[in-house]
Design a protein around this ligand. Structure first.
Ligand code: 1CP
Length: 356
C-alpha cells in the first residue's frame, strides 16, 4: 500500500534524508490523559489488549497530538508467555505476575510453543491498526505512516517466564538457572525463539511494515553471556524472518548492552536501538555505516523543561550525522511522569537541529 509519509522506511536505506524520522518508544501509554481514560474502561490490562478497537484507538492517540513518522501496534511483549498458560496477571499499579513460573525441569519440559490461534487477537489488532492508519485520497487508499509490529526477545521473555515477575531483583532466578542448569534455560530460549518467529511473521502478514524485537533485559548479562543467551536467539530469528519476509526491516533493541554493539552489528538486523548510556557517535563507530541507529534521548528529559530538552537534543548529535541511517527516538520507553507538552518541543528541536 502507498504511504503518505515514508520517511521512516527510507531511514533503513542509504539515502540522505532532509531530517530524521521520529517516533517514541511506548508512545501510547500512561503519560497521556486520553490513554488513562480509555484504559479505565477495562478491568485488566490484558483484557484491554484483547480488544482490537481499544488497541487501534490508543495507537492513534499520540498521532492525533504529534506529527510522528511511525505508529506502533498497541499490545505487550507478554502476550506470548500468556498464551503459554503461565497464569499472567497485572495487579493494580504493579508489574506483571505469573502464577506458574518456570522454576524446575518438569515445568520447563512441559513448555510448548503456543498455537498461533491463541494469539489471533494480536494479529487482529495489527490489521485493525493498519486499517485505522489508512485514508482515501483521490480514490486511492493511502497509509499515513508505517506500522511497527513487535515482540520481546527470547531471553527477555524467558526472564519474565522464569522469574514470574518484573525486574525488581534483575532476574536473579534466571541468572541462577543459567549457572546451574543452562540446559533448562536453553530449552526455554529455543521454544521462545520458534514462538517469536511465527508471531512476528504473522504480524507482518497482518500488515506490520517493520518489526522490532525488544530485548529489554539482555543487559543484565555479561558480554559473553549476552552473546550466548540473548544475541544468538535474536540472530536466529532475524535470519529466519529475512528468509520468510524479504524486504521487511527489522530493528533489534538490547537495552543495557551497548558494550556489545560491535557484536550486535553482525546479527543481521537492519537497525539497532541505542539506549541513553552511550553516545550516538560512539555507537556509529562501533557498528559502521551500513546499520541504522535508533535512539537515544534519555526519557528523563521528557520530565524536565524546554531549555534543558533543546540543549540535550542539540548535544546528542555532536560528531554524529542525523541525516543518514538514523531514527530519532528515546533511549527507552517514555515514562508515565513525562510532560506531553515537551514532546512538541522535542519534535521542534529535532526539525530545527537537523536543518542547522
Ligand atoms: O495498565 C496499563 O496501562 C499498563 C501499562 C502498560 C502499557 C501501556 C504495559 C504493562 N504495557 C503497555 C504497552 C506496551 N508494552 C507497548 C505499546 C506502547 C506503545 O504504543 O508504545 C509496548 C511496545 C510494550 C513493550 C513492553 N512491555 C516491554 C518492552 C519495552 C520496554 O519498555 O523495555 C516490556 C519490558 C514490557 C513488560 C511490561 N508490560 C507492562 C509493564 C508495566 C511492563 C514492565 C514490567 C517490568 O518492570 O518488568
Amino acid at each position: 500500500m502507498k504511504l503518505a509519509n515514508d520517511l521512516f522506511l527510507r531511514a533503513f536505506t542509504d539515502e540522505r534524508l532532509p531530517r530524521p524520522p521520529l517516533w517514541l518508544l511506548r508512545q501510547a501509554g500512561r503519560y497521556l490523559p486520553e490513554y488513562r481514560a480509555s484504559r479505565a474502561r477495562f478491568p485488566s490490562f490484558m483484557d484491554a489488549c484483547r480488544s482490537k478497537e481499544f488497541c487501534a484507538e490508543v495507537m492513534l492517540q499520540p498521532l492525533a497530538r504529534y506529527p510522528l513518522d511511525a505508529a506502533i501496534l498497541f499490545s505487550d511483549i507478554l502476550t506470548i508467555p500468556d498464551a503459554m498458560n503461565l497464569g499472567l496477571s497485572f495487579g493494580v499499579g504493579e508489574g506483571p505476575k505469573f502464577a506458574s513460573p518456570l522454576r524446575d525441569e518438569r515445568a520447563v519440559s512441559a513448555l510448548r510453543k503456543p498455537a498461533l490461534e491463541s494469539l489471533q487477537y494480536v494479529f487482529d489488532a495489527v490489521a485493525h491498526c493498519k486499517q485505522a492508519l489508512t485514508d482515501h485520497v483521490n480514490g486511492e487508499v493511502v497509509q499515513r505512516i508505517p506500522l511497527i509490529g513487535f515482540s520481546g526477545s527470547p531471553f527477555t521473555l524467558a526472564c519474565y517466564m522464569i522469574e514470574g515477575a518484573g525486574s525488581a531483583n534483575e532476574f536473579a532466578h534466571v541468572r541462577r538457572m543459567m549457572f546451574q542448569r543452562p540446559d533448562l534455560l536453553e530449552r526455554v530460549l529455543e521454544v521462545n525463539t520458534q514462538s517469536v518467529i511465527e508471531y512476528l511473521e504473522a504480524q507482518a502478514h497482518a500488515g506490520a511494515n517493520v518489526l522490532m524485537i525488544f530485548d529489554s533485559w539482555g543487559g543484565v548479562l555479561s558480554p559473553s553471556q549476552y552473546r550466548k543467551y540473548s544475541l544468538a536467539s535474536i540472530t536466529k530469528i532475524v535470519a529466519e524472518l529475512k528468509r520468510r519476509l524479504p524486504g521487511i526491516p527489522i530493528i533489534s533493541f538490547s537495552k543495557g548492552a551497548n558494550v556489545s554493539l560491535a557484536a550486535q552489528a553482525q546479527l543481521g538486523a537492519d537497525a539497532l536501538g541505542i539506549d541513553w548510556q552511550t553516545d550516538l557517535a560512539e555507537a556509529r563507530a562501533s557498528v559502521g555505516a551500513k546499520i541504522t541507529l535508533q535512539g537515544n534521548f534519555d526519557p528523563a528529559l521528557m520530565a524536565t523543561d524546554e531549555a534543558t530538552l533543546r540543549r540535550a537534543v542539540h548535544d546528542a548529535w555532536s560528531g554524529f550525522d542525523p541525516h543518514h541511517r538514523y531514527i530519532a527516538n528515546l533511549g527507552h520507553g517514555i515514562t508515565p511522569d513525562a510532560n506531553p507538552e515537551l514532546v512538541h518541543v522535542l519534535l521542534d528541536e529535532i526539525h530545527r537541529s537537523a536543518n542547522a
